[in-house]
Design a protein around this ligand. Sequence first.
Ligand code: ADP
Ligand code: MG
Length: 554
Amino acid sequence: MFTSAILGVGVSLTVPLVTRAIIDGPVTRREIDLLLPLALLALGLSISEVILVWVRRWAQSRAVSDLEATLRHDLYVRLQSLPMEFHTRWQSGQLLSRVTVDLSTIRRFMGFGLLFLVINILQLVVVTILLLRLYWPLGVVVLVAAVPIILLSLRFEKKYLAISRRVQDQQGDLATAIEESALGFRVIKAFGRREHVKAQFDDSAVKLYGTSIEKVRLASRFWTFLGVIPNLTLVIVLLLGALAVGRNTITLGTLVAFITLMLSLIWPVAALGTILAMAQEAMTSADRISEILDTQSSLKDGTDELTKPRGHLRLENVSFRFTPDSPDVLHDINLDLPPGTTLALVGPTGSGKTTLTALLPRLYDVTGGRITIDGHDVRDLTMKSLRNAVASAFDDPTLFSMSVRENITLGRPDATEADIQQALQIAQATFANELPWGLDTRVGEQGMSLSGGQRQRLALARAVLARPAVLVLDDTLSALDVHTEALVEEALRNVLAETTGIVVAHRASTVMLADQVALLQNGTITHVGTHAELLATVPAYRLLLAAEEEEVHA
Ligand SMILES: Nc1ncnc2c1ncn2[C@@H]1O[C@H](COP(=O)(O)OP(=O)(O)O)[C@@H](O)[C@H]1O
Ligand SMILES: [Mg+2]
């Protein structure tokens, strides 16, 4: 790519020199026999210039596309392997803009800026030397004229960069406004906030418009200035050049070659500012991307394999906090669940139930104590065998934009049709068979809309189908009506008899599924016992379940 580019510059600079030979030889001294070879030489040079440009473009677009694809791939792999903690810290909009906008900024610079930065500087140096050698007094004039252009370009670059940055930020704000209003359209409509949201959007749009206009104005002022200086220089060079030709100091051909070469300088000089601005932008983008690439995953994969997990789950003095300087969300948690037992986890909102369940599949790592499965610390297990042993379903489950079948076989791609039907049966999710295209119906954001309860049931089917040794259900039944919930619970009873289960529960009926109940309060387990025992002896437990029951019956 660089070879063809440099050769191209060399060829394009030779053409004016051939022109000089033609003017001085065949034209001025009437040496007609030289005309044909010189003309052929010029023609050959022009053709090879075209070919070289083509080769450069081809090599360049291949290299740049390769680079972009590789970067995007690495970034995506890294995003997938980063811990939960990273994703809670970063806004999804920020990630999105880095994967799309920043990548294309880098691509634009690599595909255009970097090459021309090198070519232009090379061309500047070579042409300046050529000009000085052709006729040095005129060369000095051109050098002097170049000074204000370079100064102006550098100043322009600074201002332009600041404005572009503002435009980018405001584009981001606008995109966020659109994203939020698209995701929150129900709330906006329900609260009659359409006018308000529209006004907010208009505000951002008008601001962006203003900045964009400012940017255009700056650019047009710059380009106008840039037009004036070379033209003035041209006038001076023509005047002095004509005098020099008159006094036979230089030939006419030299003057023509000089002017042609001088004009070829305008673009490299003028573009320098823009290219430097691009380089800066690309560097900022590279910084923003490396923030993601350089994030060290705090979750280290273990080496132990669990070939046939039995599901003996123990939590020993477990404590957890989200950041090193925040208080413990969980502390002094001790649990021992032999294979096949089910524990109901009951506790007020914010007591840490979801956080506790997230520790089992290592969405987060404990910050104190340890969790073991069949005697292995979960941190010593390979992620693969850990995630094989533990399956979870959450209260607000995500369905991906793919078919129902693909969504529920996520944890076990080799499941048979019978397995799938059985899982759907247990989760009371056989409605999926009646969807327009059955199990091949696309659901998720780009597919059919399902109700919260339907999504929960598919998520439950997904977890059950994985046949885990440890099954974690975080409020998975919360959106079901009492009748459906009873049916699910009846079916779950068989599943839970074979696996170790932790079920976050709010209702007495769900609690009944469990052998034991643990009451979680302020981040620690204060009581463990059967439902009847806790009901009889712990007023807080009674209050918690009674409040929930009232809610259900209200
Ligand atoms: N990603 C997070 N970063 C910091 N704090 C969090 C995060 N998620 C939850 N918390 C806090 O941890 C506590 C327990 O939350 P959670 O486990 O969701 O409670 P529950 O599921 O019992 O309602 C709450 O005080 C909550 O504010
Ligand atoms: Mg929760």
